[in-house]
Design a protein around this ligand. Structure first.
Ligand SMILES: C[S@@+](CC[C@H](N)C(=O)[O-])C[C@H]1O[C@@H](n2cnc3c(N)ncnc32)[C@H](O)[C@@H]1O
Ligand code: SF4
Length: 375
């Protein structure tokens, strides 16, 4: 039997002060009465309780409050959930919370730290007022900078900033200014995303004027260079760090296990060499009802789909893949994928060594072609 995998807990909080025009996450504008309402929290507690058998007495590698804007959930309410999960948490568990700069100050951040949050991921997007306005954000550049300082003053030494580039009317210089300001905050992690226009969003229906291809390439190239000079290692498509990777996200990419609670949250758990999945309902009301009825259940994943799922996640991160990672996470024999990997190797997309394999530069460019081989 293969080993137990590291386990993460994801908690989805689906509300935001306002919906941003580019965002297709499962997030909805909050109705003021919900801010102090405990009903969603109570459902989260129940969702957690209903799935305890899948935790199987393991401890969490990471806990991640994502959204939406979980920093709208008051620290004293979040503490109730943290208390519930405390038997499964150790002093090494990474406990992250996403925050929006328009919702936090030093005292509130300190309160989150006091209840056990040890990592903040702040959605800055940009420090430039013009860009923030065009992105429909609830904060300006000064508020974003103040929130970064407040994170440090509250005592967090482990924090990420989300920065987007390729913004409407943005020039290379402005994109680099955003990165420089982000680096100067002292953060040890940056998520640097290119703005994508998603179909079911306001921008999808009313596309803004974006920088042209040449400008986008220039932003990307000079951004890579700037981040490397500042000693930020790129370890994933959009993830950069100074020696402190996000354990929670890394566990997804390493095809580890995770329990997801909250609206739309997904779970993947391997028990006795069988992989199970669950996908909670997206709509918060329908989700809450489904937890009351205990109507959404884990199901067994078909073994044939595991090689593709493994590659889809694991090849996203640039470290060499150990062969026993495949056998341990999927409980399948390596021979299931060996021929296909050799074919990719013959095409110059992959290098296979004794106990590991990794993508070549060409393979990184043609990742989709490799993934198709496992479909
Ligand atoms: C769920 S949000 C978490 C942060 C928080 N909700 C906020 O916006 O302040 C995760 C991150 O995904 C990025 N993101 C969201 N929509 C995007 C898009 N259309 N293109 C690129 N990045 C996007 C943003 O950087 C955002 O901060
Ligand atoms: S605050 Fe974050 S999650 Fe909410 S709508 Fe904006 S980008 Fe999406």
């Amino acid at each position: 039997m293969t080993n137990q995998l590291p386990l993460g807990l994801y908690v989805h909080y689906p509300w935001c002060k306002r919906k941003c025009p580019y965002c297709d996450f499962n997030s909805h504008p909050i109705n003021e009465s919900l801010i102090t309402d405990k009903s969603y929290l109570n459902v989260l507690l129940q969702d957690f309780q209903e799935n305890l058998t899948y935790i199987d007495n393991r401890k969490f590698l990471s806990v991640y409050f994502g959204g939406g804007t979980p920093s709208l959930l008051a620290p004293n309410l979040m503490a109730l959930l943290l208390k519930e999960i405390s038997p499964y948490v150790t002093s090494d568990t990474e406990i992250s919370m996403e925050a929006n700069p328009g919702t936090v100050d030093k005292d509130r951040l300190k309160a989150y730290k006091d209840i056990g949050i040890n990592r903040i991921s702040l959605g800055v997007q940009s420090f430039n007022d013009k860009s923030l306005k065009l992105l429909g954000r609830i904060h300006d550049g000064k508020t974003a900078l103040n929130a970064c300082n407040a994170i440090v003053e509250a005592g967090f030494d482990n924090f990420n900033l989300d920065i987007m580039h390729g913004l409407p009317l943005q020039h290379n210089q402005e994109a680099l200014e955003d990165l420089n300001k982000a680096i100067d905050t002292g953060c040890n992690h940056l998520s640097w995303y290119e703005l994508t226009i998603e179909e079911d969003t306001y921008f999808g229906a009313h596309p803004p004027k974006l920088p042209n291809e040449d400008e986008l390439s220039l932003i990307e190239e000079s951004g890579f260079e700037l981040l490397a000079k500042a000693n930020f290692e790129r370890y994933e498509v959009s993830g950069y760090t100074k020696n402190k990777r996000c354990l929670h996200n890394q566990n997804y990419w390493y095809f580890g296990d995770y329990l997801g609670i909250g609206a739309g949250a997904h779970s993947k758990i391997k028990l006795k060499d069988i992989t199970y999945r669950k996908a909670n309902l997206e709509d918060p009301k329908a989700y809450m009802q489904s937890v009351e009825n205990n109507s959404v259940k884990f199901f067994k994943v078909d073994k044939d789909s595991l090689p593709f799922e493994f590659m889809l996640n694991r090849l996203r991160i640039f470290d060499k893949v150990k062969i026993d990672e495949f056998t341990n996470t999927t409980a399948l024999d390596f021979s299931v994928v060996e021929d296909k990997l050799h074919k990719a190797c013959d095409k110059g997309l992959l290098v296979i060594e004794n106990d590991s394999f990794y993508l070549t530069k060409l393979g990184r460019w043609m990742l989709n072609d490799i993934l198709e081989m496992f479909l």
